[in-house]
Ligand binder design. Structure first.
Ligand code: F6P
Length: 323
């Protein structure tokens, strides 16, 4: 391998810049050339390449978002689109790729890698933490800290007005943002897509819980469809508890922006270096993650297919502590 391309794709996540920096600087350290590809697969198809040097990734480790920008590319889903991307890579003499993103990114990487026999390694960059083969994804720690900070603020106003808040957090198919941040803010209940929520049990807990509690926070992952989402949950609660003063707050994209935490910067740096070293050793078509503190490799199709198991102990903690 002589020349590596690096890109970010799908939803951005805090720490992606630290990952780009790590890939670029380690490639240069090992005397490889390195090119940044703008706007993910979309930019690959359109030939948006920028040569990278040590300076080009200076002063970005602390920045949220991605300096390479990102996109979701419908064209790359077509054979013609991937063919065009391959042509562009060949014209640039790029002979390996590091893809930073989530399940959509890795689905594309797997198909492309097999179709053109092209070496690709992936770094898990998503706030959802929904990839199998890594304890944490790059961006997850920052996003749960963003959520905790936002809900602490909500708690102040909820407490002042004796209100119940239903707070919706991100997580299309995965409740890990809701679960961990819920524990972090002392939520009364957490609704996630992976487990069936017994609305009756939630209501019962509110009835038997401390009545002198000034504020109550319920957290709903956006992907939790069964209970109908934050609005519908609040309507159900209003019917049962007409005396409650209830508000809904949807946190949205503030969860995804801002400075990455130190944990995310370190994770991104470790994985970025490991990706370059592993490409040089001949590894391909895998995601590089961190399991129990050690670098671990997971084939793309495993990383995206196996949904991360929810640790039931975390739920139990909520039950024990929130009454
Ligand atoms: O995958 C990351 C994520 O933030 C999900 O939690 C969320 O459902 C989705 O992206 C939102 O995507 P977009 O920013 O394209 O609306």
């Amino acid at each position: 391998i002589k020349k590596i391309g690096v890109f970010t794709s799908g939803g951005d996540s805090p720490g992606m810049n630290a990952a780009i920096r790590a890939v670029v600087r380690s490639a240069l350290y090992y005397n490889l050339e390195v090119v940044g590809i703008r706007r993910g697969y979309e930019g690959m198809i359109l030939g948006e390449f920028i040569p990278m040097d040590r300076k080009s990734v200076g002063n970005i480790i602390q920045r949220g978002g991605t300096v390479l920008r990102t996109a979701r590319s419908p064209e790359f889903r077509t054979k013609e689109g991937r063919q065009e991307a391959y042509k562009q890579l060949k014209a640039q003499n790029i002979d390996a790729l590091v893809a930073i993103g989530g399940d959509g990114t890795f689905t594309g990487a797997k198909i492309f890698g097999e179709e053109f026999d092209f070496p690709i390694l992936g770094l898990p960059g998503t706030i959802d933490n929904d990839l199998f083969g890594t304890d944490f994804t790059i961006g997850y720690d920052t996003s749960i800290n963003n959520v905790v900070e936002a809900i602490d603020r909500i708690r102040d106003t909820a407490e002042s007005h004796s209100r119940l808040f239903v707070v919706e957090v991100m997580g299309r198919d995965c409740g890990l943002i809701a679960l961990r941040s819920g524990i972090g803010v002392g939520a009364e209940s957490i609704f996630i897509p992976e487990t069936k929520t017994d609305m009756e049990a939630v209501m019962h807990r509110l009835e038997i819980g401390r009545q002198d509690k000034m504020s109550k926070i319920l957290i709903v992952a956006e992907g939790e469809g069964e209970s109908g989402g934050a609005m519908e949950i609040s309507e159900k609660l209003k019917k049962r508890f007409p005396h409650y003063d209830i508000r809904v707050s949807i946190l949205g994209h503030i969860q995804r922006g801002g400075k990455p935490t130190c944990m995310d910067r370190v994770l991104a740096s470790r994985l970025g270096v490991a990706a370059v070293e592993s490409l040089m050793e001949g590894r391909r078509n895998e995601m590089v993650g961190l399991l129990n503190g050690k670098i671990a490799f997971t084939p793309f199709d495993h990383a995206i297919k196996h949904h991360v198991e929810i640790n039931k102990d975390l739920f139990k903690i909520v039950d024990i502590l929130s009454l």
